[in-house]
Write a protein that binds this ligand. Sequence first.
Ligand code: ZN
Length: 127
Amino acid sequence: MLISSIVRSTLGLKDHRVASTPLVGNELQIKLEPKKGRKLPCSICGKKAHPKGKLRERRWRYVSFWGITVFLYYCPRRIRCPEHGIKVEDIPWSTGKKPYSLPLITVLAFWARLLAWEELSSLRSLT
Ligand SMILES: [Zn+2]
């Protein structure tokens, strides 16, 4: 429950929920789903529409918890935007096709300003 709360808070989830958080080996897999009946925003204009199918599952690296590697898993939904037609929803924790979540990018950007690259790359517990 605590992990779900942290993920919801750091990702700013409004239209999605944490479905499960299985620990597989040393990898925490956070499975996300859209909330039932919820409209999702268009990735172009942000107007909301009901989902019309889903794409294959994607995986994003998230900030590690106590040395445990964490990934987000989610099947992006297609929506029929009234202005742009069929589009993929805007995913709040993602930027384009990058495999890193926005919270992880934020953490790395913060440390990158303070540390030398060699030191940053050695901080495996952060990533
Ligand atoms: Zn649109």
